[in-house]
Design a protein. Sequence first.
Length: 274
Amino acid sequence: MTPSRDIERLIEIMTALRTPVTGCPWDLEQDFASIAPYTIEEAYEVADAIARQDPEDLCDELGDLLLQVVFHAQMAREQQLFDFGDVVTAITAKMIRRHPHVFGADQGRDVAAVNQAWAEIKAEEKRLRAERRARRGLPADGEGERVLSGIPVGAPALTRAVKLQQKAATVGFDWPDAGPVIDKIREEIAEVEAEIATGDRAAAAAEVGDLLFAVANLARHLGVDPEAALRGTNDKFIRRFAHIEDALAREERRPADASLAEMEALWQEAKSLG
């Protein structure tokens, strides 16, 4: 089979994989729910390739992510819900609709005006979506009724925390700057310590959640993406721990053979190297 630059060939391949009897048994067993975790995983792998500044991997991972879109669209087509062409039509229309300053008469707007128009357009889209659900006899999803509605439950927890805080801020429920947020973090740390002292693990876990939420809020006030910041720290931890392993390996030892004090000294050495 010859590779192709045409999206139609990829759609044909997915159709073949999902064809009963002659298709792939694994692909045939899948549904939207079973594929969703793979879709999320592929998006993370795209982000990882970007962080590693690896364009070849990025090209490959974008292909994997595109396959997820084609897979979902194929399953939807089989159920006569929509197909890949409908997906393309919907996003094309949305991009044109949300950028009147590029594709319409409202050209030359500044950033503040563009952001305001974007918010107004999204609000109108939510209203129309609610009307469509009502016409189809579907229950209300809460959008347009609750300030914090419309944020995907499946989003990474730190990202979701920031989006919740951003939405609350639109109605004035927010601190004016980072100072009170730092005070809140100190308060949450004290509450974690108090629950640790009581020995109530469930209560301590809840307080840790409050602490993480407050830290996400600090990141938002500082204009920092908490997910990206934590990924950077994870990478730094891996790099510094590798220094410990390498240093011990030169002595034909492993981390399990070293004391905590020895590893801490090597950790500080790794920190001094950057």
